[in-house]
Ligand binder design. Sequence first.
Ligand SMILES: [Zn+2]
Length: 432
Amino acid sequence: MKDLREEFILRSGETLLPGFRARAAAFYGRPADQLRLFNGILAAARAAMPELNSACAAAGIGEAGCASAEEIKKVPVLRRETMTAGRNRAKGAAMASLESGGTGRTGRLRTALSPSGVAWRYADLLAVLKETGWRMGERVSALHPEEYGYFRNFAAKAAAGAFGELAFGFAQQYLLYGLLHNRRDLLYSGRIFSDDAAARALLEDALADDPVLLISRPDALMAALKAWRPGDRFRRLRAVLTVGTALGATVREAAKQKFGAEVFDMYASTELGYVGLTCPLSGGLFHLNASSCLVEVAGDGGVIVTDFNNKLTTMLRYDTGDHGRLEPGPCPCGRPGPLLLVDGRAAGLALNAAGAALREIDIINLSFPEDLPFFQLYAGQDGRLALRLPAREAGQKQVLAGRIAKTLSLPYVPQASAGLRLPPSGKFCYLP
Ligand SMILES: [Zn+2]
């Protein structure tokens, strides 16, 4: 018998937004007329942003929009700075206003979503969860940085008058995720990256929760895998779903072996929604969400995304700051391409001794199997590399710096200092 909770959600969604049920049914291989969807967002953006309208007119793009995929490349790229200034906000009623950022690059970002934008995103999330093999009502454990804990932020948000956001957060976390999805958040602090006991406690929480699906950022997953001991066993776990930073192939393989589950990696963000999802055969490449967004990769490898679902905050050719490439496909699973590879952030590039770029994913793949402590590698203003290590490693920081330099084939042993720098989001990065 079909789960009643699932039927309740699908029926409610379909009533609010025809097409919801079909959208929630599958993530991979969605058909979409991307040129038509792009032109719909472009028209709204041109009406709201006079500078964009003039730039499009000057580039010869007619009122009807772009005539081809080639012409889309003439539409100016939206930079984060423009968004931070709020110049891409169209008029209309927002149901949710979401805040992202926390990496400290250009400040935090607010993305407003209309009710239909929220509903389409939710349908995309249901589709992602379904592709992992999870069914409505089965236990989900989500490893969550305590910085995002609902009650931790409640007082500050209430003081700032953000009652709409609080109501939305409560509905999402406690009614929808808690009761309907049967999801539990397991909160952790940044100490899991420097304290073995904290990482072990997080893994034990997850084991005790006995989930069917485990959701985590790759960094917290790495900490949990490092804390794994022979004899640990997830009894019912079928899938691990990661999102947030680069997931290395070595981490994916370790999770498959130690946790005995299939691993799915999702390319998603607060400002863009659910952009891509790997499949068990795609080798870490993302199948793209063709009905919700257009993904392009610029000549310099910058990943550019247009969100078709957001009519309030124009996310038109948005420069994600990520670096990657598109592969034509098809995927070994038989579905057509293009497939997206994301290998890290575009900025803060480190080079190895041979002069080759060391992206976040390369650093993870090389260092994760080596039983090194978590570290952060910086390319400073002058281009010199610097290392940060957990405070407890202060005594042997030069020895570790030597080992890390050897593991990554760095051109020299970088200057090392003790103490990891975690941003307000609690996100750990190899290359901040
Ligand atoms: Zn595939």
